[in-house]
Design a protein around this ligand. Structure first.
Ligand SMILES: [Zn+2]
Ligand SMILES: [Zn+2]
Ligand SMILES: [Zn+2]
Ligand SMILES: [Zn+2]
Ligand SMILES: [Zn+2]
Ligand SMILES: [Zn+2]
Length: 329
């Protein structure tokens, strides 16, 4: 182990905690302190605030930062990615209060679209998502961006079981197969199903765009109706996410200071938290704060005794906590 840390006295350490907190926050790929409203329409992670919905009598979707900074104690539903959406926080869709980040009230975004997910309901079965109760897997249709239970997709799959989840990358729900039929033609201009009554959800691999017809008129139709069938849509927060190396989980290269080690490690932990399927962001943030406090306690004796903290120590600390967190926490 050559990644030695600077030795710190307890006093220096505590002093650094404040800086560290700021640094770790900054290191988080999704900053909490910037509302996306001013960036206009984006494909981004959204949360529906049911509390504000009842108050304002309007559907809403708020950005990641607003879900934490403005609606943390409200009843939130995580919607994952939705395309072409401007944050509704601080507009008439969330009530009379300004956004706590922007400190302003602004015009509501007229181009936002709302489906039943914004009321907390999902899938063709139109039921509320309850993370405590839900045991199955949910898939997001890449076209309508609704979420579907595996069992419900299977029920509409013409009696066939679902393909192995390793074998496909994208799901297009049954309704979208019908609705976007002109976008899904193959080079022979055939529909992806034979008869109307045989319409089923479609499971595409990564190369599916290459199997679609590339003639001018087909490309034009896709461009206007569903551009994601031509190329990937950038997702707002993933731009910052791409720096992180998933292969080197918990590895901290050339760490020189405690700050570096902790903030890099926190970054990895947050990344892992974020990879968990449909973890509520609020739970993620609570877990983050809990881990940070525990990390502080864990490191204090090292600092007091001027002991060297290795990256192994920190990795083990987090792995233990992550595992413990799954059984209760
Ligand atoms: Zn916002
Ligand atoms: Zn709210
Ligand atoms: Zn806000
Ligand atoms: Zn369902
Ligand atoms: Zn769909
Ligand atoms: Zn064509």
């Amino acid at each position: 182990m050559d990644s030695r840390l600077e030795e710190l006295t307890a006093e220096q350490y505590v002093e650094r905690q404040r800086e560290l907190e700021i640094e770790a926050r900054e290191a988080y790929p999704y900053k909490f302190d910037e509302c996306t409203y001013s960036k206009g329409y984006l494909k981004q992670t959204l949360y529906a605030c049911l509390t504000c919905q009842r108050k304002a009598d309007s559907l809403n979707g708020v950005c990641y930062s607003c879900s934490i900074s403005c609606h943390a104690d409200h009843e939130l539903v995580e919607l994952f990615h939705k395309r072409h959406f401007q944050c509704d926080c601080g507009t008439s869709r969330t009530g009379h209060e300004p956004c706590a980040i922007r400190k302003t009230r602004d015009d509501r975004a007229l181009e936002n679209h709302y489906n039943h997910n914004f009321e907390g309901r999902f899938c063709s079965c139109d039921t509320f998502y309850d993370p405590e109760q839900e045991s199955g897997i949910m898939f997001q249709c890449i076209l309508c961006e609704d979420w579907f239970h595996d069992r419900c997709l299977e029920a509409s799959n013409q009696g066939k079981s679902l393909p192995d989840s390793e074998s496909f990358e994208w799901v297009v729900c049954k309704d979208c197969v019908l609705k976007y039929r002109d976008c899904l033609l193959n080079p022979q201009h055939e529909l992806p199903y034979k008869k109307e009554e045989l319409v089923a959800p479609h499971f595409f691999d990564e190369q599916f765009r290459e199997h679609l017809c590339q003639c001018n008129s087909c490309v034009e139709i896709r461009k206007t109706q569903m551009p994601i069938l031509i190329e990937d849509e950038p997702v707002y927060e993933q731009a910052e996410d791409s720096d992180m190396d998933e292969e080197t989980n918990f590895e901290v290269e050339d760490a020189r200071s405690l700050d570096d080690v902790v903030s890099s490690t926190m970054q990895d932990v947050l990344h892992v938290l974020d990879q968990l399927p449909r973890v509520q962001a609020i739970e993620g943030v609570h877990a983050y704060n809990r881990l940070k406090n525990e990390l502080t306690e864990f490191l204090l004796p090292f600092a007091r005794e001027n002991k060297v903290v290795t990256k192994e120590d920190i990795s083990n600390f987090f792995l233990e906590r992550l595992n413990a967190g799954k059984n209760g926490g």
